[in-house]
Ligand binder design. Structure first.
Ligand code: CA
Length: 420
């Protein structure tokens, strides 16, 4: 699990890592050069003719998996290779965004006030969904706000074209084929027509950006009209109920927070600030952990301590619901954004402690350098891949202990400079 975070673009339900917010690796220069060469090759290799050949070839597989010839042929009538999808799949951002920059945009004043407006407009509907699924509205309204800005940006790419393009292009063939089959099943069932099944470039659909497999497993026909309509601009109930259902299935605890902001006591053992270290609230209280506003932590079951910017930034105790949100998109940043946005919409205040805003994120090349130098000094990161995973965090902690600074495991620029 990478603990630093990085991407403010659209995210999607159950989307696999390459689409998720932790995965957009900043490209080192040589990496970028390799991609450019590769795309030049692909521009030659990929064509509308080749795409149509691929569609004819995939037909037998789709039919063998229960798609009727009629559905298949209608869905692909006039389908075009979508160059934009290929571009998006290949684009990489040069810089990592720091968590606070991501949260500034994910939980902006506009997104908070628009969320409050939606809650006012849909008070009755939200209460009905809460009651049916036993999930708090603040969770599924916040996911709605993050995934599509409350239905503003659901994506307008035809999903059949998008997924067929990804499958044909080949980089995500297995994922795209599986999603494509499910998208065809959705059309065949009559939930939506082939020309209306729209979404984002990697297959995420509707108000809360379900990919087809998540849709098939969790989408709900809340209004009872026989269709699971997660796309309806005027009526988001099916989409919100689908999201509530998803959260419920992954164990949402109604009435409990995702997390609370805390104060870490002096002399605290920072090895315990690790998402893998879960303890009953009374144990944290006994160690001197307190709410940021003062007072002991309320008992919401087992908690872990999250220091998203290391010892010099805000600290949180996170509970079961934090991990449930991560089932929607497996990034700590995303879970924090959803949790905090929901709190803000429903009257909570901003995060109180200051972020270390002077720090910029490490570039991929710098993360590799950090791993290289730690390993060379005897604090092995178990490989040099530019990804800050548990082994790197552990190596950072060991190095920090060795030099007598707080072992928070946070790979800052200052730490890298110290290593040089
Ligand atoms: Ca419906």
């Amino acid at each position: 699990m990478r603990t630093i975070v990085q991407r403010a673009a659209m995210l999607c339900a159950g989307c696999f890592v390459a689409q998720g917010s932790v995965a957009a690796e900043p490209a080192a220069v040589q990496e970028r050069a390799a991609i450019t060469q590769e795309s030049q090759y692909l521009q030659v290799a990929q064509s509308q003719t080749g795409f149509e050949r691929w569609i004819r070839g995939f037909r037998a597989e789709a039919l063998s998996r229960g798609i009727s010839a009629r559905t298949y042929d209608a869905a692909f009538r006039g389908a075009k290779l979508n160059e934009k999808v290929i571009e998006r799949d290949r684009s990489q951002s040069e810089f990592t965004k720091q968590l606070w920059e991501y949260l500034d945009s994910a939980v902006s004043d506009t997104r908070v006030s628009n969320g409050r407006g939606k809650v006012d407009d849909l008070r009755r509907e939200l209460a009905q969904i809460e009651q049916r699924y036993d999930v708090d509205a603040r969770a599924f309204v916040a996911i709605w706000g993050l995934e599509s800005a409350y239905g503003e940006y659901m994506g307008n790419i035809n999903i059949i074209e998008a997924l067929a393009t990804l499958a044909y292009e080949g980089r995500r063939e297995k994922f795209a084929k599986q999603q494509l089959i499910e998208a065809l099943r959705i059309i065949q069932r009559g939930d939506i027509t082939a020309d209306q099944i729209s979404g984002s470039w990697a297959g995420a659909m509707g108000h809360t950006q379900f990919i087809p497999t998540s849709y098939q497993a969790y989408a709900q026909d809340f209004d009872g009209d026989g269709r699971r309509d997660v796309w309806n601009r005027d009526d988001p109930r099916d989409a919100l109920a689908s999201t509530a259902n998803y959260l419920k299935e992954f164990g949402w605890q109604k009435g409990q927070p995702w997390g609370v902001e805390i104060k870490i006591p002096a002399g605290f053992n920072y090895a315990a600030a690790d998402l893998k270290v879960k303890k009953p609230v009374r144990d944290w209280n006994a160690l001197g952990v307190r709410l940021i506003e003062g007072g002991t932590l309320p008992n919401y079951g087992d908690a872990a301590i999250l220091l998203p910017a290391g010892a010099n930034g805000p600290a949180f105790a996170v509970f079961k619901n934090f991990y449930v949100i991560k089932r929607y998109n497996n990034a700590n940043s995303y879970a924090m954004a959803v949790g905090h946005l929901g709190d803000r919409i429903f009257g909570g205040g901003p995060i109180r402690a200051e972020w270390p805003r002077g720090d910029r994120g490490l570039l991929r090349a710098e993360r590799m350098e950090l791993q290289h130098k730690l390993t060379a000094k005897g604090f092995s990161t178990q490989g040099v891949d530019g990804v800050i995973g548990p082994n790197t965090i552990e190596a950072v902690r060991r190095y920090q202990r060795a030099i007598g600074v707080i072992p928070d495991g946070y790979p800052s620029l200052r730490l890298l400079q110290r290593l040089k």
